[in-house]
Design a protein around this ligand. Structure first.
Ligand code: FES
Length: 105
């Protein structure tokens, strides 16, 4: 398990455990004030968008073209911070990562 710090859509700050080897989205879709994740992780909806705290962004694998395209088409896109949680694979290096769940569009 990897500890993560999350600000939910209501502004609440939470500490959760994410399962290594699984996507970050899987730990965030079932919480109160979480995310929809409508496509189930297929990188085709952008409803799992998070804003990654500066300082953590460089620890992530860069976004692939299809992820980047979806993010840039989003109304709430924040350059340099937005990522799709379904495309972030949890690993021990991400212990303590801080993210904010993006508002619904
Ligand atoms: S769950 Fe749809 S893009 Fe991540």
């Amino acid at each position: 398990m990897t500890k993560i710090k999350v600000t939910d859509r209501a502004g609440n700050k939470l500490e959760l455990e994410a399962v290594e080897g699984r996507s970050l989205m899987e730990s965030l879709r079932d919480i109160d004030n979480g995310m929809e994740a409508l496509c189930g992780g297929l990188c085709s909806c952008s409803t799992c968008q998070v804003f990654v705290e500066p300082g953590w962004v460089d620890k992530l694998q860069p976004a692939k073209d299809d992820e980047q395209e979806l993010l840039e088409g989003s109304e709430v896109y924040r350059p340099g911070q937005s990522r799709l949680a379904c495309q972030i694979r949890m690993s021990p290096e991400l212990e303590g990562i801080e993210v904010e769940i993006a508002p619904a569009e």
